[in-house]
Write a protein that binds this ligand. Structure first.
Ligand code: ZN
Length: 237
């Protein structure tokens, strides 16, 4: 028995909302945690967070963001109800009406995913990252793109760019690699000469990247990346 098994048992095993196991426990793509897939959800474990389940719309949202590789990282709670304070935070329309619908939340290392309804007519999945970035999807339709990567600004003309992985690949002048997370890591390590934690921060995006903003700006300047607007090589984060 381990923590994933314990969690499954705690939830009610095969009679739980997760249903039967679909596979054996296996390592997560980031190489740090482990997970097990069930018919209607999964349980993820990480040494820092323990084992927690995700299922339904919140899990679909997390999956669409590439699970633990997203800025959200690993779950730090099972799915739970939404507090009154959170409802007020979510719903500018009518928190009182929202209180009557089934509102759910899963907590993660880097934020929270909500599945909620302001009026029992419309349904949203809302991602709120630790830095306050909020993304709402109504009925699965994307309303605003999740803000990823760090912004750099040209000191000469003020033009700004996002340091997404696509942007870094553009500077290297290469093609986008096929394959999973580690294919990207290998590719960017070789192509950029940047250290492993910086490469991982660039790939996963989110707030982690800010830790390395000086190194990344220095790298962009050393590469001679010119401002597409004014031609200067004078960037700041
Ligand atoms: Zn410029």
């Amino acid at each position: 028995m381990n923590e994933i098994d314990d969690k499954y048992k705690e939830l009610g095993s095969e009679r739980s909302f997760l249903g039967r196991p679909e596979q054996d426990e296996r390592p997560c793509p980031d190489g740090l945690g482990r997970y097990r897939q069930f018919k209607l959800g999964s349980i993820h474990w990480h040494p820092a967070t323990g084992a927690h389940e995700t299922h339904g719309a919140t899990r679909n949202k997390w999956a669409a963001m590439r699970f633990e590789l997203s800025p959200l990282g690993y779950p730090t709670s099972d799915e739970r109800g939404v507090t009154e304070a959170e409802l007020t935070e979510l719903s500018s329309d009518d928190p009182a009406a929202a209180a009557h619908s089934l509102n759910r939340c899963s907590e993660f290392q880097g934020g929270r995913i909500f599945c909620w309804s302001p009026d029992t007519q419309r349904y949203f999945t809302t991602v709120i990252l630790s830095d306050g970035t909020r993304t709402d999807d109504e009925h699965g339709n994307h309303r605003s793109r999740t803000k990823r990567g760090m912004e750099i600004k040209c000191r000469k003309c003020g033009h700004s760019e996002k340091t997404t992985v696509e942007f870094i690949v553009k500077i290297i002048g290469g093609a986008m690699p096929l394959g999973g997370f580690w294919a990207w890591v290998t590719y960017l390590l070789a192509g950029t000469g940047l250290a492993l934690p910086i490469v991982i921060a660039i790939i996963t995006g989110g707030v982690g990247i800010l830790v390395f903003k000086n190194e990344i700006v220095q790298w962009i300047v050393n590469r001679g990346y010119k401002c597409p607007k004014c031609g200067a090589v004078d960037w700041e984060a």
